[in-house]
Design a protein around this ligand. Sequence first.
Ligand code: SF4
Ligand code: SF4
Length: 369
Amino acid sequence: MSVESDTRTTGQQTSTAERPDGFQEIDVLWISEGMSCDGDTVSVTAAAQPAIEDVVLGLIPGLPKVNLHNKVLSPSLGGEHFLAPFRAAARGELGPFILVIEGSIPNQNIIEGEGFWTSFGMDEETGQPLTLNWWLDHLAPRAWAVVGAGTCATYGGIHAMAGNPTGCMGLADYLGWDYTSRGGLPIVNIPGCPVQPENFMETLTWLLYHAAGSAPPPPLDHMLRPQWLFGKTVHEGCDRAAYYEQADFAKDYNSPKCQVKVGCWGPVVNCNVPKRGWMSGIGGCPNVGGICIGCTMPGFPDAFMPFMDEPAGGSLSSLLIKPYGAFIRRMRGITNVAVNRETKWRHNKAELTSGYDPYWRSETDARSN
Ligand code: SF4
Ligand code: SF4
């Protein structure tokens, strides 16, 4: 399945909003104080194309100078020193900046007045925690771009499972799906649990080139994902797809064959990880024996549970492909034996007909003895 037909082009929106006439410098304000395990921050440290260090050190030609504010990755004394650019941005005294949100956003209304689901610094007047909701309310209207890093920030993820007490949600459900940033961009969603490192860095780099005025805005699909990264399914890039086509299915997790019968959702999940790999091109869930559980998807995790059971649609399609696959596999086996021989007019007979004369080798052997 492809979502290319349902793309949302952002190009026209910049003409009605603040144009990035080539920013020389930009801040990246990264908040992971939502419902988060900080896994996306950790994941991004593995990126190599480009590495986040290369972007921050100005080693990528044509990018603006990037000031990164991430509690794990940026040099800071911590405390108020770390919070200073966030507070300045909230006062409207920092610009332009890209706001990166990691983790889902709880519904503070559920417990209004009785506590805080999240906390990122303290209110300087009241001494009470400043919630992620407070920061979003103050920063999202001023941000040049807003990026969701990982499935929790984009669609709610694990924390937004049915029955969760926080009522948490993804960025677009909080800000509105028609939110537009100061740069004229919709929210940019980069899902994944965690986000694939290069998926994040490639999208950030595209945004930075756009901020520099040298690239159009990134094309997004109807769920605000980078279309070039999430336009194909896991299945379409999986190393095991040939086994599927031949109805050769794994019965357990030790098998190199297609894992659809042991719980893989790859045929209906938008994700490029099997093609891209995880670190330095290595890995990519089903390629290395991990079933796809749909972690990039808006319906994750509820729509994919219970994990490790055969998906209902998977049992139907694997049933339908069985007679075709079994027949084709047998035919290919016969053809494979046939093409593993040299053709009969070559000199591949029991008796040598090539003219090869072993005489000189015998002479050499005799001399060395
Ligand atoms: S392992 Fe999953 S993604 Fe790979 S071929 Fe089988 S069903 Fe498709
Ligand atoms: S292949 Fe599936 S489980 Fe793995 S990262 Fe992609 S969506 Fe998530």
